[in-house]
Structures are given as C-alpha cells and as structure tokens.
Design a protein around this ligand. Structure first.
Ligand code: NAD
Ligand code: MN
Length: 502
C-alpha cells in the first residue's frame, strides 16, 4: 500500500506496536507465558513471513484457565451483577472495538489474508453489531409463570415458574477464517447470559483474539470471565473439549474435528454447539435475472477466498441459461483482483496456509482426473504467499468428490438442470446442510424452493447476507444448534423450573 494519510500511518504504528507486545496468553486477567514456556509462530499468508510468536498453551494451561473461569463464574461480582450493568459492560466492549476498528481490521487481514476492505467493512461491523445485539439481552432474559395444575394432586395449589440461568464455563474453539466474527457469535451470548469462558483461537490466527483480550480488560469485564489460550488443536483444543469442568463447548470448524469434539464431550456429557462444514447449492432458476445471478454466484464462491463454510460451491443453472451464466462467471473471475489483503484494491486475498493451498490444488487436480473441465484458474498464483486463482469447473456431477466434499477455496462447480424436482434432489443430495441460494423472479417458486431445501439458511436473490438477528447453523452434518438471534441464547442458558406448594 502507498504511504497514505497520517491516520493510516498511526493505524500501522498501532498494529506494529501490538505485534511487538503480543505473545502472552490471557488467564485470570493476567498476561502470562505458557506453562511449558513454548511459543509458536503465526504467519502473514500474503508473504509466508512470520508476524509474531505467541505463547503455545497445552493441557496444563487449559487447566489453569478453566479454574480461573470456574472461580469467576462462582464470584458474586459476576454471578450477581445487575443485568443493566452487564449490558453496559458488553456495550463498552463493542464501543472499544469501534474505537479501534481500523487497527483490528488491519490485524485481522495481516493474520488471515482476507482483503482489508472485507475486514473493515464486513467482519468488524458485523462483529460489533453482534456484541451490541447481545448486550441488549441481560435485562430481557425472562422466565415464565406457568399455568400449573398437577393431575394427581388436584386439591393442592402450586406457584410454578422458570428461571434462565447461565450454563456455566464455556470452552470456545475457533477456526481461522473469521476469527473475530465467529468469536462474537459465542462470546456475545456467553457474556450476556453470565457465563464465563476459555477461548482457544485457531493456531493460524490468534492475534485479533489476543488484542480483544486487552479490550476486554479495558472494558472492565472481571478477571477470569474471559480467558484466552492460544495453541494447537490436538493439545489445547482437545484438552478443552474433554475437560470435566467445562459445561459447554462451542465449536466452529471442520466436520471431522466436530465429530472428535462429540467424542471428547461424552466424559461429562457437556452441552455442544457445532458449526461445521458446508457444500452450499446455489440454484439459478429459468426465470432468474441473469446479471444478478452471475454477480451473486461469483460473490457466493469468491467471498473470503472461498474459505467460508457457507460458500456457494455447487452452482446449478437451468439449462436454458447455462451458457450465459458460465460465460458471465468466467468473465468476472478473469477480472477479480487477487493480491495481498492489505492492499485496498484487493478483492481476493491468499489462502490461509501452504496446507490449504495444497488441499485446494489437490482437489482441482482430482476433479480433472474425474473428468471435470477447468474453464479458468486451476493454478497457484505467483510464488510468494499462498495465492490461488479463481477457478470455474464444468462437466462435474454429484458423484464426483469435488462436488460432494468441501474444498474450502475459490473453486466453483457449475452444473445444468432441467426440472425443479431434479435440482432440489441434487441440492439436497449432500451430507451437509448449512446454506443454499435461489435466484428467481417468481415469488411462489422462491417460497417453495426455500421450504424444500435442507439448509439452515436459504438466500433468495442474494447470498452471504448475515445479521445478528438471523439464526445461523446447519442441518445434517453441518452441525448442531444455532448461533445468532435469540436461538443462540438457548444454548447458553439452562431452564430451571421452580415449583412451590401454596
Ligand atoms: P479445523 O476443524 O481443523 O480447526 C478448527 C479449530 O479446531 C482450530 O482451533 C483447531 O486448533 C481446533 N482443533 C483441531 N483439532 C482438534 C481436536 N482434536 N480437538 C479440539 N480442537 C481441535 O478447521 P479449520 O481448518 O480451522 O477450518 C476450516 C473448516 O471449518 C472448514 O471445514 C469449514 O467448513 C469449517 N467452518 C465452519 C463454519 C461454520 O460456521 N459452520 C465457519 C468457519 C469454518
Ligand atoms: Mn496467521
């Protein structure tokens, strides 16, 4: 990026200053080293160079953090905090993020690769909205007075009501694709309901979560309510998922690891919410607005380099529109600005890591061996960093692994269809069910198709439109439970029935 204005310069200085001081983990309100003294490196995926070295937590650090979270959960300062005061604290955190939005956006981009305009104008506003949305709930978490009448003690009268209580200590395990946003979907409801937590950020992207830890302190959230332990999945993550004193685990990541979390959770039968993989079908019906569908379908796959669980990676187009839609998407793909996320002109950044680059190119090669034709892309871009070209494949079908499995990269399969029944069957023929899209000008078809698609979110004439009010989560192997909206609060509270004989 060019030298830029004074304001940009000072943001850059803030980011550099944080990279210098980052490195510790956040346990019980203190910044401490890992108990082993080990550290690990986090990279800038645009260059492959080291950004910072961060404390590497393991099972012992998870133990310390869970103890702190348990003590904070029992502490009346948090437990009995007046709801209006809890609201102010969560709002204060949202305000501090707003005050530091440029720094957080730049740090998110450096650590994860995504375009800085996406960090600054999508991820961060949505994250801040999410905290503000949940900040409103502490004063509104009401129970019910029940019209109780016990059938076998008809002569007695009872007063019976429900209380909504926090579920307890929550373990949060995060992926690298939307570090701050996916955390807000867990931490927002946790703080609003009076839970405490231990956060295990992804090993590729610990930095913004650690910076958030500083803001959590500055907001005045009591020590031990939020603990952050960076580290690897097999060590820190597995210890958190299996910990007997963790009441709930909120996980976002791959379906494979999600299944291992289910197994780990059986020891104390902890509550789980799981946001897992996806392979979204995007349907362009015969009467669609072709230009809107082309733009929307390209955005559906290329947003966040395709590293988004709800990516529209399977595009089904009515045969009469097939050639026009394919041509339009190939044209847009050829014009997409791929480059370092920190450059404001960039529309698509690098993939997160060498491993992800290998995974994506491996899938495209596999698709070609299975008979797919690559119309554009299909290669790594450049030699520095982990860039991959926007890629469009045709001659694919539902039997091929590239259509069945999640690639998690900028790779689209486009397939023609003839009838609505056929395409709905094909769309639903997946182990996943996170999201889907429909492009049509027929209002009846929009409702009908939305009802018949097995997906937690259906977008009609749009894609990747999110809001804190709108529950998000998966059918089938895309997960358990919902984040966002009131639906999420159910997963962070226990309902207690109290029955008093009068
Ligand atoms: P991942 O499952 O490998 O890792 C996610 C997190 O789990 C990381 O913090 C990792 O350290 C941790 N982890 C790994 N092994 C673990 C174990 N054995 N026990 C406990 N924790 C462990 O996923 P990823 O590569 O970081 O992210 C990509 C995947 O995440 C994709 O499949 C994508 O679909 C999914 N994802 C889903 C959503 C959603 O909302 N549904 C959002 C983002 C990403
Ligand atoms: Mn990184």
């Amino acid at each position: 990026m060019e030298a830029g204005t004074d304001e940009q310069m000072s943001v850059r200085e803030d980011v550099q200053a944080f990279l210098q001081r980052a490195g510790s983990m956040f346990v019980d309100g203190k910044w401490v080293d890992s108990s082993s003294g080990k550290r690990f490196k986090t990279l800038d995926p645009a260059t492959g160079e080291i950004l910072a070295e961060v404390a590497e937590g393991d099972a012992e650090d998870i133990n310390r953090a869970v103890k702190a979270a348990r003590t904070a959960f029992e502490n009346p300062a948090w437990r009995r905090m007046p709801p209006a005061q809890r609201e102010r604290l969560v709002r204060k955190l949202a305000q501090l993020m707003e005050d530091n939005i440029d720094e957080l956006a730049e740090l998110e981009t450096l650590d994860s690769g995504k375009p800085v305009n996406a960090s600054r104008y999508v991820d961060l506003p949505l994250t801040i909205d999410t905290y503000n949305y949940y900040a409103g709930f502490p004063t509104k978490l009401e129970g019910d007075v029940l019209p109780h009448g016990c059938p076998y003690t008809p002569d007695d009268r009872y007063f019976s009501y429900t209380l909504r209580e926090p579920v307890g200590v929550v373990g949060m395990i995060l992926p690298w694709n939307f570090p701050l946003l996916l955390l807000s979907m867990k931490l927002g409801p946790a703080l609003a309901t009076g839970c405490t937590c231990v956060i295990k950020p992804a090993e590729d992207t610990p930095l913004t979560t650690l910076r958030l830890g500083e803001l959590i302190q500055e907001a005045g959230i009591p020590d031990g309510v939020v603990n952050i332990v960076p580290g690897y999945g097999e060590t820190a993550g597995a210890a958190l998922a299996a910990h007997p004193d963790v009441d709930k685990c909120a996980f976002t990541g791959s379906t494979e690891v999600g299944k291992s979390i289910v197994t780990s959770a059986t020891g104390n039968l902890k509550n789980l919410t799981l946001e897992l993989g996806g392979k979204a079908a995007n349907l362009v019906l015969e009467d669609a607005d072709v230009e809107a569908a082309v733009n929307g379908a390209a955005m559906a796959i290329y947003t966040n380099q395709g590293e988004i669980c709800c990516a529209g990676s399977r595009l089904y187009v009515h045969r009469n529109l097939f050639d026009a839609v394919v041509e339009g998407i190939v044209d847009l793909s050829s014009k997409l600005q791929v480059g370092p996320g920190i450059d404001p002109a960039t529309e698509m950044g690098p993939l997160i890591s060498q491993a992800q680059l290998d995974r994506v190119s491996g899938y495209v090669n596999l698709g070609q061996r299975e008979g797919a034709e690559v119309l554009i892309g299909g290669c790594r871009k450049g030699e520095q960093g982990f860039f991959y070209e926007p890629t469009v494949m045709v001659n694919t079908n539902n039997h091929m692994r590239v259509v069945r499995e999640e690639i998690f990269g900028p790779v689209l399969s486009v397939m023609p269809f003839d009838s609505l029944d056929d395409v709905i069957n094909e769309a639903n023929d997946s182990i996943y069910g996170l999201s889907a899209g429909v492009w049509t000008r027929d209002i009846s078809k929009a409702h009908e198709v939305s009802a018949r698609l097995q997906a937690g979110t259906v977008w009609v004439n749009c894609f990747h439109i999110f809001d804190a009010t709108q529950p998000f989560g998966g059918y089938k192997q895309s997960g358990w439970g919902r984040e966002w909206g009131r639906a999420a609060l159910e997963h962070y509270t226990e309902t207690k029935s109290v029955c008093i004989k009068l």
